[in-house]
Structure formats: C-alpha cells, structure tokens
Design a protein around this ligand. Structure first.
Ligand SMILES: [Fe+2]
Length: 473
C-alpha cells in the first residue's frame, strides 16, 4: 500500500511539474507570448516637384525615397508583421502627399502584414482648402478617408472617434492609437472626456491581464529637462499629470514622435508605476531609422534599424554621410549666426523646437550670449572655473560645442559623460555654478530649474541608450 502511495505521489508530482513547465501559472498571458513589431515616425511625405525646407532639421526632400526604403526594409524582416506609425505621415496634408503615403502602406497590406497609423499635426490642413494640383489640401475631416479602411482603424475593438481607437495586436497585447491634437481644436492634448476614455481602455486591458501599449504623436515625457524648459509646445500639455495617470492606470510603454528626437524617457510615479516613452526620430532626418520591438518572456527588447541607402542621388555620399553633413553644417551655421545675425538665428531656431517667441523675447540677451560663445573656447571657460580640460579639446569654441550638443540630442547620442574629455570639465563647471546659484537663491531669486548639473548634464549626457533597451513588462 505504502509502495503504491509513493508511486502515485511520484506520478502526481511529475505531472504537476510538467504542467508547470508547459503552462507557467505565475506568468500572465502577455508575459508568456512572444511578439515583434516595428515603429516608424514623422514620415513627412512631400512632393518632390517643389523642393523646400532647406534650413529644416527634417529633410523632406528625401522623404518619399526614405519611406519607400524603410517599408522595403520592414517587408524584408524575417520576423514580425506589424508596423506602427506615430504621425506626421505627410508634410502639410496635400492630397498628393496622402496618396503617396497610401501607396507605400498598401505595399504592407498587400504583403499580408498589418499597419496601424495615428495622425500628427502635419496630417491635416487647418486653413482654407483652395484645391487644385499641388495645392489640393486635405482638411481634417477627410483625412480618415485615406487610412481608416485598411491601416488600423478597421480592426478596432473600440473607438473614441475617427482618429482614436484600440486594437488587439495579438492575443495578450493591445494597442491604444491616440490622436493628441485635442480633437482638431488646434490645441495639443486630450479633453477630459477623451482622457477618461483612454483610462477606461487601459483599465479594461489590465482587467484582462493584457499588456496595452500606447502610440501618439506628441511626446508624453520630455527628452531632457533642458528641452522641457524651452520646448513646452512639443509635449502634450499637462504631461506631468497625464503621464502619471497613464502609468498608474497600467500603461507601461508609449511610442511617440513629433520632436524628431531619438530618445527613451522614463518616469516612475509616487505609487511606483513606471512608464517608458520611446520616441522615434523623423524617418527622413539624421539618422534615418526606425524601431524594432521584440517581447519575450516578460521583457521588451527595443533596437533601432538605420536605413543604409535610398534611391536618390546624394552627390556620391552614403545616406549617413549626406544626412550627417547636412544637419551638422546646419547647426554649426545656426550657432555661428547667433553671434553675427540674430535674425537668421531666430528664423532657424524654430525648426529645432526652440520656441520663436522665446527667441524673439530674448533677442538682446541671446545676441550677447551668441557673441561670447563664438569667441570663448572650452579651455578659456574652464580656466575661469579653475579646471583644465585635456589639450585636445581646449580650443573648441563654445558655439561649436553647443551645435554638437543639439546634434547629439536629435541623433540620440548624448555621450559627453563626466569621464570624457569634453564632459569632465563641463560637469565640474556645472557643479561650481550650482554652488554660486545656491547663493543667488538665498537672495530670493527664483530660477526655472533646480540644478544646473541636472539640467545641462542631461542635455550633454544620457546614460539610457536611445537606440537599444531591455525593459521588464
Ligand atoms: Fe514631424
């Protein structure tokens, strides 16, 4: 009898173990199923018959070719059949541009793959629709006619309106596709009714133990504190409150565009919930790329695929060389203009997200700063703060360094850490300046930031890679 009991106990244990291996009971549906998808942003399709935006960070003149190459690259991927696009499909919502976007998206659906799009602030025309030829603009209410039948909305299990919908990406995974232009009112953000609808969808997914991702155009979290100081208009308004609400409701990841900055920003709420904002840069701006997201065993792996070439004559340069030179030269000219032609600086600064009003309001101050940074070198500045950088970097003008900082921010390569030749003296200077500013505050002077080391340090150095990441779901 004892022998038989032992045998049955052994068989029972073996079966239980086997069942545990096949159906791990402690793992939710989302954690146990692999999923792969890709994310592109800010395509800005423009008609090639009328080149323009030469001074823009975004090179719309190569946008049709860049989008075509990116779609080909996506279709050639051996794994994953889902593509998400976070807005600014067109450059200024002309019919010819929407038709160009649809032609490319059609290649995706023709190949039996899925694409989900949301619209951005460039995807509809707010002014009069004058019609005809190249100037046949598409007003907001007609934009869904181009996308809703095949490129996402048609698969919705819930919809707030023609621009906001929720879909199941795969069993265990949902996607909330959000249009964050406050329903076309010209403001960014969500109305309270809209926000409640979003929170209800997140709660619904959570109740089903499904992972729900978000995708929208404007940034939920700023790329850096410095950026938030000068470019409030690039995030959704009230982003501190909304990001807390989304995170506490149960959303862990949101994919955004608009800033054209390649970055990852994270926030943990007071309740201990973390939301990660993965921002994808503009497809036709340096460095032309898109995201690959793979989920395995409860971990999200994010990587970045860079376009190697496009079907366009780039004067003998590779795509990377062409884009690098173009953007780097633009920024160098911009910061040189700060010292010699403040109006030219004001004209171009807006294209980088720097509010034109801020530039106009502070023209005199910026002009003085511009003259100083175009004369003073890193070595001279360091001497003032009793620190000495390596010889190799001493002669770099501050204006060129500033151009470099902005370049690196957009490129997702903020690598001047405290242990690098350029970062080391700068971090020492920031810390010393913080002590001085601490004294200034004692006299009741209010500053728009708490720590210069955090503010400026975050601009030049980001320990979180913008291209790769592994995050627990
Ligand atoms: Fe854009």
């Amino acid at each position: 009898m004892k022998q038989a009991m032992k045998r049955w106990t052994g068989i029972f244990l073996a079966l239980a173990l086997l069942a545990g291996l096949i159906f791990p009971l402690s793992v939710t549906a989302a954690e146990s199923r692999p999923l792969t998808f890709y994310v592109m942003s800010d395509i800005h399709i423009y008609d090639a018959t009328e080149p323009r935006h030469e001074g823009d960070q975004n090179d719309v003149n190569i946008s049709p070719e860049a989008f075509h190459a990116a779609i080909s690259e996506f279709l050639a991927q051996p794994d994953g059949d889902i593509l998400l696009i976070s807005g600014d499909l067109t450059d200024d919502s002309r019919r010819i541009q929407h038709e160009g976007v649809v032609r490319e998206l059609q290649r995706v659906t023709d190949a039996g793959k899925k694409v989900f799009v949301v619209t951005g602030n460039h995807d509809y025309h707010r002014g009069a629709v004058d019609g005809g030829g190249l100037y046949d603009y598409v007003p907001r209410n007609r934009v869904p006619e181009y996308y809703n039948a095949q490129f996402g909305y048609q698969a919705a299990y819930a919809a707030y309106d023609d621009f906001n919908y929720a879909v199941e990406l795969a069993p265990g995974y949902r996607l909330l596709c959000l249009n964050d232009d406050d329903n076309g009112s010209g403001q960014r953000g969500f109305s309270e009714t809209h926000l409640n609808w979003i929170l209800e969808r997140i709660a619904e997914a959570k109740a089903a133990s499904d992972e729900i991702f978000g995708i929208m155009h404007y940034a939920l979290l700023p790329a850096t504190e410095f950026y938030s100081l000068f470019a409030q208009g690039e995030m959704i308004p009230d982003y501190e409150r909304i990001s807390t609400l989304l995170a506490d409701a149960g959303m862990h990841f949101i994919f955004t565009g608009h800033t054209h900055i390649r970055n990852i920003a994270q926030k943990t709420t007071a309740k201990g919930n973390t939301i990660t904002n993965i921002s994808t840069g503009a497809l036709c701006a340096y460095p032309a790329s898109f995201r690959k997201v793979q989920i395995n065993n409860g971990t999200l792996h994010m990587s970045t695929l860079e376009l190697e070439s496009i079907d366009k004559d780039l004067g003998g340069k590779t795509l990377r060389e062409y884009q690098y030179d173009r953007f780097h030269d633009q920024l160098t000219e911009l910061f040189h203009a700060m010292g010699s032609d403040i109006d030219a600086f004001a004209n171009q600064a807006g294209t980088l997200g720097l509010s034109r009003e801020i530039v106009e309001d502070n023209k005199a101050l910026l002009s003085i700063v511009g003259k100083v940074v175009n004369r003073v070198t890193l070595g001279q500045l360091s001497l003032l703060f009793l620190t000495f950088p390596e010889r190799s970097v001493r002669k770099i003008k501050l204006a060129d360094l500033m151009a470099d900082f902005v370049f690196n921010l957009y490129a997702g390569d903020r690598s001047y850490g405290p242990d690098t030749p350029i970062g080391r003296p700068l971090f020492i200077i920031f810390k010393r300046l913080d002590r001085i500013l601490g004294l200034v505050r004692l006299f009741g002077v209010e500053l728009p930031f708490e720590s210069l080391t955090t503010l400026m340090g975050g601009l030049i150095y980001d320990p979180l890679s913008s291209s790769y990441g592994e995050f627990l779901l």
